[in-house]
Design a binder for this molecule. Structure first.
Ligand SMILES: CC(=O)SCCNC(=O)CCNC(=O)[C@H](O)C(C)(C)COP(=O)(O)OP(=O)(O)OC[C@H]1O[C@@H](n2cnc3c(N)ncnc32)[C@H](O)[C@@H]1OP(=O)(O)O
Length: 524
């Protein structure tokens, strides 16, 4: 595929892709299930009619094209409807995980100049202490909440007809925040044209969705990964998406895949690893499964072998970031080289470059970089020209990940070039965790690094020097963990804490993280 094939028409709205399927009456869009065994189904036609009603309600309440809305809804059908409604009228969506706490929400609302918030009703309290709360247009979903408009009730007052906003391919569609090593989260700007390029890259050859498939992509709304797979790729290919609102449990996942004859599976290595460890895997058949992909962190060989042996399907790796799309991967028809991330995806110009910005030869380690001409690359970090500039070298965007390639162009992951920790697919900035820990009365100083973990790839580990008078026992470990969960977000807490007498430092007093990483056997 050529680069030109990834460029959307000049006037383009990504919802047009999904509307095409709504013309086919009865075409199944989503099958929703929860832990209690409840079940709901929706067709493309119903989904778009509901989205249209919601879009009309948004317009009537004063939201207009170009406004930004923060959406915090879990894995329920309403999440899809709200995203479709917002994008269709040209609003910009800021995706937000339910794990975000007031500090992160406050930042997104102020920095993103948010006009409206659409939140699942149990989460609305998180917004009450946000500074600009009074000026926000607020809608609750799934239930009513005092001071919030009840979107489920309100939408029924509006028409199920709604024209598609006349958006350009350059118009912003998503503003997705992602953690940096230091400082505030970065607002990644993606346009409607990005959505087009992403669909062309990921849905056909990587997810390999075929007509009539049931696809289970497990990412939760609020993450860019959800926009990638369960939202855009599933609905943009007219497939039926399985939506499971429940806690991750490997046996339950396998049972659901059999019960609903899942054809395409997309989840993190952590989920694959835990499924591969289930006793009596032969109890599960996964007969319909023809495509299984993994993204978020490197996948290990044993898991690929287990899935191949038991289910005759090769789990294929894929690599990308919030800032782009699937950059490197094993496409369906490609030879797998276990341990390799695959090759650059068609139409996307991905290279391994040196310090001077020049592509390196086979076997040489360098930075994974994306040519700025690549249609699925983000436009910029919102209102942050400094960090946008810092992320570039010559004509390339630098991903922060390093790799080398072999003679056949397969990429082999080496590690991060910065301090970012990737754990179970989450991107975590260590300094934010350190900042939270030192606020606790018992902590004198601390340093946070990645520590290898069989299931999660790596986990956040904190080395902590205590103030005198405090004892480093299990009780304190748990207290510090809850403290960080509350101050940052539940997924960022240090799963390992080690109390030490002093941190290794240079003569000038700088913490020698490299020494701590060596202790953890993590080399960079
Ligand atoms: C381009 C991109 O890649 S975007 C980023 C995409 N990344 C992802 O989607 C992340 C993928 N990973 C996952 O979904 C999970 O790690 C899984 C499914 C693999 C494993 O899930 P789990 O082990 O159940 O929990 P998870 O790793 O999410 O940890 C979150 C922690 O917060 C807790 N938590 C979750 N939600 C909440 C909440 N609303 N309130 C309080 N605590 C919460 C969890 O209980 C867990 O804590 P625990 O381990 O002490 O029990």
């Amino acid at each position: 595929m050529q680069r030109e094939e990834l460029i959307a028409p000049e006037r383009y709205n990504v919802v047009s892709e999904i509307e095409n399927y709504a013309k086919q009456k009865g075409r199944k869009a989503l099958l929703w299930l929860n832990e209690q065994g409840e079940q709901k189904e929706v067709t493309y036609d119903q989904l778009m009619k509901n989205a249209n009603k919601i879009g009309n309600a948004f317009l009537a309440q004063g939201l207009k094209q170009g406004d930004k809305v923060l959406v915090m809804i879990p894995r329920i059908i309403e999440a899809y409807q709200v995203y479709l409604a917002a994008l269709k009228i040209g609003l910009v969506v800021i995706p937000s995980s339910e794990m975000l706490r007031t500090k992160d929400l406050q930042y997104r609302i102020s920095h993103g100049e948010v006009s409206g918030v659409i939140s699942y009703y149990p989460y609305t309290d998180q917004f009450l202490s946000v500074n600009e709360y009074d000026r926000l247009i607020t809608f609750s979903v799934g239930g009513s909440k005092e001071g919030w408009m009840d979107l489920d009730a309100l939408m029924d007052d509006y028409s199920e007809e709604l024209p598609l906003a006349d958006t350009s391919r350059e118009d912003m569609a998503f503003l997705s925040y992602t953690s940096g090593t230091t400082g505030n989260p970065k607002g990644v700007v993606h346009s409607h044209g990005w959505g087009y390029a992403h669909l062309k890259t990921a849905a056909d050859k990587w997810l390999a969705i075929q007509d009539g498939d049931t696809v289970w992509a497990t990412a939760g709304p609020g993450w860019q990964k959800w926009i990638w797979s369960p939202f855009l790729s599933v609905l943009g290919k007219g497939a039926q998406g399985l939506v499971y609102q429940g806690k991750f449990n490997p046996k339950r996942y396998l049972t659901l895949m059999d019960a609903h004859d899942v054809n395409v599976l997309c989840c993190t290595p952590t989920e694959y690893r835990l499924m591969a460890k289930v006793d009596n895997l032969s109890e599960y058949k996964l007969e319909g499964l023809h495509s299984a992909v993994s993204a978020g962190e490197p996948l290990n060989r044993e898991v690929i072998d287990t899935f191949k042996n038991h289910f005759n399907v090769t789990v294929r790796d894929g690599y990308g970031q919030t800032e782009n799309t699937l950059l490197v991967g094993i496409m369906k028809d490609m030879e797998v080289r276990p341990g390799s991330m695959g090759r650059p995806t068609p139409g996307n110009q991905v290279e391994i470059i040196d310090e001077m910005g020049t592509p390196v030869g086979p076997g040489e380690v360098g930075d994974i970089a994306v040519h700025l001409d690549t249609p699925a690359l983000f436009k910029e970090y919102y209102k942050d020209s400094e960090r946008t500039k810092m992320s570039r070298r010559g004509n390339y965007y630098i991903t922060g990940d390093q790799a080398k390639k072999d003679e056949d162009g397969y990429f082999w992951f080496e590690g991060r070039s910065d301090d970012i920790i990737i754990s179970s697919g989450y991107t975590i900035g260590p300094f934010e965790v350190e900042d939270a820990l030192v606020k606790h009365e018992s902590v004198q100083e601390c340093a946070v690094v990645a520590s290898p973990d069989e299931v999660r790839g790596t986990v956040v580990k904190a080395y902590v020097v205590l103030q005198s008078g405090f004892e480093g026992d299990n009780g304190l470990v748990e207290e510090l963990q809850s403290y960080v969960k509350e101050l940052t977000a539940p997924y960022k807490y240090p799963r390992k804490i080690e109390f030490i007498q002093e941190l290794p430092k240079t003569t000038s007093g700088k913490i020698r993280r490299v020494e701590l990483r060596q202790k953890e056997n993590v080399t960079k």
